[in-house]
Design a protein around this ligand. Structure first.
Ligand code: ADP
Length: 407
C-alpha cells in the first residue's frame, strides 16, 4: 500500500513515498525553484538490490506546480518505485490552516477545496499554495483518493478560555480572531509516541510537547486532547524562533508605527523574518548560535539564554495548566539535537518535578530516548518527529473503511 505525502510551498514541492505495510519510507525528494529558469528536482531512495542510499538529481526549467508533479512522478518511475500515479493508494497533503472547519483529516472533494480556499485570509501565504499543490496532484492522479491533513486540527480541542484573546468578542465572531495553533501533526505524533514508549494509555497521560525547529511551539495535552498551545492566530506567537519574535507586547507595534513610521508590511517582515535568534545575534540557525556562544560570543550566548528562558516559562505555564505533568517531550531539529538547550530549559525546575540526567541528556542514540533522572517525577523524553509518516498514517485512516481497520 503506497502513500505519497506532499508538502507544497510557493516555489517548492517536498514529497515522501511510504509503503504502509511495514511503515517503510521508500523515497523522499524535493522539486524546488518552481517558476524559475533553473529548477531542480531531487530524489533520495534506498535501492532494494544493494540496500544503498541513492540520490538522483535533475535541473532545468520547471514552469509550474503541475510540471513539478510530473517531474516527481517521473523520478519515482525511473527509480522503479512507482510505475504510475494510479498505483498509489492515497495522496496526503499538508494544509496549514483548517480554521474551525477541520478538526481531523478529510478526503478532498469540491466542498473541501472550497472550504480551504475560504480559509485563505487566515493563512494567505500558505493555503492558496497548498490548494495549487492539491489541484496539480488531482490532475495527475484523478482516481487516487486525496486527503488533506491540517496543521491546526490537533489544537481544535482547545477550550474557549484558552483560544480566545482578550479582545472584543465580536472580532472572533466577525473576523475569526482566535488562537488556532500550528505544528499539530507533530505535537499529536510525538505525544502518542511518548505514550507508546511509556507503555501507558494515551488518554491517561498529561504531556507537554515542545516542537523546536526553525519555527517553535509548545502544547499542553491532557488525556490525549490538546488544551493549550503557544502559537496563536498565526505561527508568530509564543516561543522565540529562528527569525520570529514570539510573544511580545502588542503596543510595541503601535509604538514602531508611530515613532519609526513603519507600515504593516515592514512590521510583518520585522516580526516574521528579522527577529528571533536572527534579530538578536545575526544568526537564525541554532547550531551556529550555540557554536558562537561556546566560542565566547556574548550576543549569541544572550540569544540562547533568551530562547531557553522562554522555553522554561512555557514549561512552567503548562505545568500550571495541566496541574499534573507525566511527561515532557522535546522534538524538532533543536529539541532532538541540542542537549544544551534541553539542559538550560530544564535547569532549576527540580521543584516542579523535572529532573534531567545530564549524562543521558548528552548521550545520542537513534529513536526515542529518556533523559530524566530515575528520581524525576516527570518523564523527560526526546522523541524524533516524523510529520510525513504521521500524515501517511492519517491518510490510511481516512481512506480505509472502519470495518477494514478494525478487522
Ligand atoms: P524545520 O522547522 O524547518 O523543519 P528543523 O526541525 O529541521 O527545522 O530544525 C532546524 C533547527 O534545528 C535549526 O535551528 C538547526 O540549527 C537546529 N539543529 C539541527 N541539528 C542541530 C544540532 N546538532 N545542534 C543544535 N541545533 C541543531
Amino acid at each position: 500500500m503506497k502513500i505519497l505525502v506532499i508538502n507544497t510551498g510557493s516555489s517548492s514541492l517536498k514529497f515522501r513515498l511510504f509503503d504502509m505495510r511495514g511503515l517503510v519510507r521508500l523515497a523522499s525528494g524535493l522539486v524546488e525553484r518552481i517558476g524559475e529558469a533553473r529548477g531542480r528536482a531531487l530524489l533520495r531512495y534506498r535501492t532494494a538490490a544493494e540496500n544503498r542510499e541513492r540520490t538522483v538529481e535533475r535541473s532545468g526549467p520547471i514552469t509550474d506546480h503541475g510540471r513539478a508533479m510530473e517531474e516527481m512522478l517521473s523520478l519515482l518511475g525511473e527509480a522503479g518505485l512507482l510505475a504510475h500515479a494510479g498505483e498509489l493508494a492515497g495522496i496526503g497533503h499538508r494544509v496549514v490552516h483548517g480554521g474551525e472547519v477541520f478538526h481531523r483529516p478529510v478526503r478532498i472533494d469540491t466542498r473541501v477545496l472550497e472550504a480551504i480556499a475560504e480559509l485563505a485570509p487566515l493563512a494567505p501565504l500558505h493555503n492558496p499554495v497548498n490548494l495549487v499543490g492539491i489541484r496539480a496532484a488531482m490532475a495527475q492522479a484523478p482516481d487516487v483518493p486525496q486527503v488533506a491533513v491540517f496543521d491546526t486540527a490537533f489544537h481544535q480541542t482547545l477550550p474557549e478560555h484558552a483560544y480566545l484573546y482578550g479582545l472584543p468578542y465580536r472580532l472572533y465572531e466577525e473576523h475569526r480572531v482566535r488562537r488556532y495553533g500550528f505544528h499539530g501533526t507533530s505535537h499529536g505524533f510525538v505525544s502518542r509516541q511518548a505514550a507508546g514508549f511509556l507503555d501507558r494509555p494515551y488518554g491517561s497521560l498529561n504531556i507537554i510537547t515542545l516542537h523546536l525547529g526553525n519555527g517553535a511551539s509548545g502544547a499542553a495535552i491532557r488525556g490525549g486532547r490538546c488544551v493549550d498551545t503557544s502559537m496563536g492566530m498565526t505561527p508568530l506567537e509564543g516561543l522565540l524562533m529562528g527569525t520570529r519574535s514570539g510573544d511580545l507586547d502588542p503596543a510595541i507595534l503601535l509604538y514602531l508605527a508611530r515613532e519609526a513610521g513603519m507600515d504593516s508590511d515592514e512590521l510583518d517582515d520585522l516580526l516574521n523574518r528579522q527577529s528571533g535568534l536572527r534579530g538578536l545575534c545575526g544568526d537564525n540557525d541554532m547550531r551556529t548560535v550555540i557554536g558562537r556562544a561556546e566560542q565566547g560570543d556574548g550576543r549569541a550566548a544572550l540569544a540562547l539564554r533568551i530562547f531557553c528562558h522562554r522555553l522554561k516559562k512555557y514549561i512552567g505555564a503548562y505545568s500550571a495548566v495541566l496541574g499534573r505533568v507525566d511527561c515532557l517531550v522535546f522534538t524538532g531539529g533543536i529539541g532532538e539535537n541540542a542537549a544544551l538547550v534541553r539542559e538550560m530549559a530544564c535547569r532549576d525546575l527540580e521543584n516542579l518535578g523535572f529532573i534531567l540526567d545530564r549524562q543521558r541528556n548528552l548521550h545520542r542514540t537513534e529513536g526515542i530516548r529518556p533523559i530524566h533522572d530515575d528520581a524525576s517525577p516527570v518523564r523527560i523524553l526526546v522523541v524524533p518527529t516524523n510529520e510525513e509518516l504521521e500524515i501517511a498514517r492519517q491518510v490510511v485512516e481516512v481512506i480505509t473503511p472502519s470495518e477494514v481497520q478494525t478487522s
